[in-house]
Ligand binder design. Sequence first.
Ligand code: CP
Ligand code: NVA
Length: 330
Amino acid sequence: MDLKGRDFLTLKDFSPEEIEFMLDMAADLKAKKKNRETVDWCTGKNIALIFEKSSTRTRCSFEVAASDLGMGSTYLGPTGSQIGVKESIADTARVLSRMYDGIEYRGYGQDIVEELAKYSDVPVWNGLTNEYHPTQMLADLLTIREHFGKLKGLKLVYMGDARYNMGNSLMIACSKMGLDFTACTTKEYFPNDALVAQCQEYAKASGSVITLTEDVAEGVKDADIIYTDVWVSMGEPDEVWEKRIKELTPYKVTKEVMAAAGEDAIFLHCLPAFHDLKTKTGKEIYERFGITDMEVTDEVFESAQSKVFDEAENRMHTIKAVIAATIGEY
Ligand code: CP
Ligand code: NVA
């Protein structure tokens, strides 16, 4: 398996075997980290981290992964660089390619990260766009595989806004890797028809099933994984909160939802999550709408079924694998 020089923009671009290869490498890197084995395979190399949106997990994962691999990293935040203000993405790509061995981009449209990749001579990694969040997918798949010992044949149910980066990416990841995928939400929040059709093809090849349903009882029945994400994503206007809360509250992950899925089901969330009032946004939403949680209750979030911190840790191991595999040093 040779992924040297490849961009990592969406899992659509990778075969199930290639995805498995990165998962295996991540599992190996995780074991090595636990054993305090050195993996400075990329000594002398450097990566640039462009973040046009906020991040805790993705940024820290790239920085720790780079450091563990013996690389330097430069963080370019939403302000302070010339990107997008005085310099185009195409010019930025050509400049950074002369100094760095890989470029991470988190921001808005997928077209931007594609443009960056088009003009870059080094691998470009998508650290989240409006449409896709592929590094999150590797962490989720690794977490699921660690917990259940397999991927094929499991059923993942995504509740909430299934037409944005997380819903889209999970549908791709599941259909490629042989997990049944259910989007359980109102019709307006189903993934778009073209992507569903494309994923139906992946599902046919992997032997999995894609279901879109508005019915919670039917959707979550026999689920192995219940997954949700924030109802309003980064970059979306403040005005959409009221409508989202109204329309997506029936798809909140509650203890009843987990009970309907069964006691062996796990709960996953890419994080950050609104499950209490310990955040500025959580408090503001409470002031405006009088609710103390949103996409998941605190009870579920804190329950034994919740594996969200295993999942968060796996961001780092999987991102390390993506860097090593695409730079071609491992
Ligand atoms: N899940 C995730 O991407 O988290 P951050 O926004 O903190 O990077
Ligand atoms: N859908 C969320 C994911 C955060 C990791 C967002 O785009 O804000």
